[in-house]
Design a protein around this ligand. Structure first.
Ligand SMILES: C/C(=C\COP(=O)(O)O)CCC[C@H](C)CCC[C@H](C)CCCC(C)C
Ligand code: CDP
Length: 353
């Protein structure tokens, strides 16, 4: 009886996440759609909370999602699970002003160096967190939580004999299953989301496989520590933090996909100058960009950037001076010279033709 209940709990743990992820593509490109999608995890999480504190009494629901049938358990593993889904669906953090400093450095260099741009993007990384379907990170965090953590328990209990030296409740089989589950679910999700044109920049299969492999290994390492329940938070967190730093390395070389660069001359600007900022702009308008990609339309039809005048590297000294015409603004930035105007913030508006 207990075994059947445990298995059903894990089937729920493994299965609901990927089903929920698949539904993300059914939503419109409106920026609010992520909040509509979040209604499901929000209701489930609120339900876990109310069951946990005893406001709602539903012994059968508690029995199906807890280990011992104790309502207080709902406030741990299941509640964390729901919160992680909620965050992965809705969270988006805009870039802070100091990103402009790095943009300035990029523009000063006016070079096409992928290495330089990548290292600057890595430096910027902690400040540009966007989940939902536009970024591989939330998708991978949830895949590790569902596929990895779920499979670890199922296979670890069934076949695990040799224990990990640092964690007496975990086994080598369980941790291998954790790695495998995270990898298979993560790569499948990434390939699907990439194919649907969700991400700002397309990923190559090899790059994605290597990326997911490294993150799955990290997820298995974090899960192997002997802390119960919190792995529903620590595993996705580790995947997101590490993935955030490694993502630029997994993306294709060049700031924009080549087919996107072909549209830049239409704006009358030098791709070498526009590249970093155009990418950031696209990053800010991912839904329009995604839509344009899916419909094979030129993604950059009309762009307006905000430019600012800098009196040094001090981010507080930036003054916003919106200029609505990118060619005019960029004409003020001769190639190879220190630009008097640098892009501040992300204000590109992409209009579809
Ligand atoms: C039992 C659960 C977690 C406990 O974790 P652990 O202690 O074993 O580590 C998972 C409970 C899952 C829950 C019933 C359903 C979650 C639904 C999801 C957030 C949104 C679903 C949307 C729907 C499938 C379209
Ligand atoms: N790396 C792992 C993880 C879990 N497991 C098995 O799964 C059971 C529950 O795992 P857990 O304590 O991590 O439970 P959750 O916190 O993931 O719900 C353990 O008692 C082990 O039998 C394993 O063998 N190896």
């Amino acid at each position: 009886m207990f075994r059947v209940q445990r298995l059903s709990r894990k089937v729920i743990h493994i299965g609901t996440g990927p089903i929920f992820l698949l539904t993300w593509n059914l939503f419109s490109d409106a920026p609010e759609s992520r909040y509509f999608a979040a209604a499901a995890p929000l209701l489930v999480t609120a339900n876990f909370f109310l069951l946990g504190i005893g406001v709602i009494r539903d012994p059968r629901a508690v029995a199906s999602m807890s280990r011992r049938g104790d309502p207080a358990e709902m406030l741990r593993g299941p509640l964390y699970y729901g919160i992680v889904f909620l965050v992965a669906t809705t969270f988006s953090h805009p870039s802070p002003p100091f990103v402009c400093d790095l943009s300035l450095v990029m523009l000063r260099s006016t070079c096409n160096s992928w290495r330089l741009q990548t290292s600057l993007k890595i430096a910027n990384a902690p400040w540009q967190l966007v989940f939902w379907r536009n970024s591989p990170l939330g998708v991978l965090g949830l895949s590790a939580l569902c596929g990895g953590d779920g499979l670890a328990e199922v296979l670890g209990r069934r076949y695990g004999r040799a224990k990990l030296p640092w964690s007496q409740s975990k086994t080598y089989v369980g941790s291998s299953a954790m790695f495998l589950g995270s990898f298979v679910f993560g790569l499948a999700a990434l390939v699907y989301f990439n194919y649907r044109g969700n991400f700002d920049r397309e990923l190559s299969l090899c790059g994605a496989a290597l990326f997911v492999c490294v993150l799955s290994f990290a997820a298995a390492a974090v899960e192997s520590f002997p802390y119960r329940d919190v792995d529903n938070i620590t595993v996705p967190l580790a995947v997101v933090v590490l993935g955030h730093w490694l993502l630029p390395l997994a993306e294709s070389r060049g700031t924009l996909a080549p087919k996107d660069q072909t549209h830049l001359p239409k704006l009358g600007v030098q791709p070498a100058v526009l590249q970093p900022d155009a990418h950031q702009a696209v990053h800010e308008a991912p839904d329009q960009f995604r839509q344009s990609r899916q419909r094979k339309r030129p993604p950059l039809h009309r762009c307006s950037f905000s430019f600012g005048r800098s009196s040094g590297y001090n981010p507080t000294a930036w003054k916003m001076t919106p200029i609505k015409s990118p060619p005019a603004a960029l004409a003020a930035v001769p190639r190879g010279h220190t630009p008097p105007l640098v892009p501040v913030g992300i204000t590109c508006v992409i209009e579809l033709p």
